[in-house]
Design a protein around this ligand. Sequence first.
Ligand code: HEC
Length: 421
Amino acid sequence: MGFRANTILNLIVGTAIALSAYLKPVGGNTADEVQGWTITQRQGWYWGSQGSRLLPLKWFESLEQPDNDKPFADIGYLSSFGYLAPPSGSSFRRPIGFAVDKQPDANLVATKLRWYQTQQGGSHAEPWVGLNCSACHTAEIAYQGNSLRIDGGPSLTDFQSFIEALDKALIATKSEPEKLKRFSRKVLAGRNSAKNRHLLVAALDKLIEWQDETARLNATPLRYGYGRVDAFGHIYNKVAMFAGSEKFTNNPADAPVSFPFLWNIHRQKHVQWNGIAENTKVQLGVGHLDYGAMGRNTGEVLGVFGEVVVTPQNGLLGSFEGFRSSVDLANLDRMETTLEKLQAPRWPISFPPIDQSKASRGAELFGMKCATNCHKPTHETTDTETMHKFVGMPANELTDIWMACNAFTYLAPAGKLADGD
Ligand code: HEC
């Protein structure tokens, strides 16, 4: 038995339901800031963990670049992949979206690494680094020395090259004795014994193997370049890995798409470029759980280095038993609620004023060339009304249908997600 792409939504929604008890109320807001966000809300967006675990924090800080001995975590180096430096004066020393995840790991599998003898899995578990939403949904543009950060704007990152560089750096650490020596000295500072060095190499092997399998499944000769990623393809393959699907014909992650902007998303009925995810809210006591967003974001976290432990769903409750995972649902809900407050950026005063005659000519052209087809609102929109973005996807040379096609045609064995028939 196989699973199709939209089974992913069932898995992730199951996870969301099982863990929704962890939801916490969202803090107060005085929208006195740029784009409707306060400094605290912006900080939560930049640095809040969503349960993404790419590699242990200590390893991230100790790793060297693949071809030299400079630090991998160097902001200048990470900026070369398009990641944005933290705002000046910030106490954070990682690029925007490089969030630290600290949680007990005793129930996890793939991201439960042990590299020294006294290491604990409970409340003192080692922190990890991963990517949160803002790594992919924050833009920055510059004009004559004035830069403008756009929260929720499309990032111009080269995710594919970043991951390849990380994989190369891990492999180089394993295979080059001098690199390994320096790495062990830093990671094991104060406990650099032969036994721990042995444990560290075994843990490094485990992470390399995991990354290698991910790379094998996603492999494509296509280069995404800056500003595009096949998010759906990556999520799809990760879910197959967690489901323990036996080796299957590769579903290459070969449909890179642009990073969308995120203001107004809560007003859309459907999201994702192919409209596969519905925004559905569920009333929970006095508040609401953004059920659609939770499912969608849980999928995103799994695609971007979150972990779920899939066990066969044989009990009476079926998928309502849920799954153990690293996904931080409380923070995800907080981030999604913060997003509802996000406003489109205003034209900055440091930029030259808008040429009104060109702007009205642009509006005319939009009406003629764009709104007549794909971008026509089905009815007038207001702040509270639902926007219907999709009015059909014309199969013409203007539309890249690859992502939608992959979402429909990709198949993988269901593994532990199989329901037994
Ligand atoms: C690794 C990069 C990456 C990360 C991290 C990421 N996203 Fe995205 N996101 C994308 C890409 C690429 C798409 C477009 C996917 C598609 O539809 O094919 C997308 C789509 C979306 C959409 C749909 C928007 C629309 O108009 O259809 C929303 C909403 C969204 N992301 C929110 C989030 C939130 C919230 C988080 C964090 C919990 C997050 N994203 C994390 C890359 C990312």
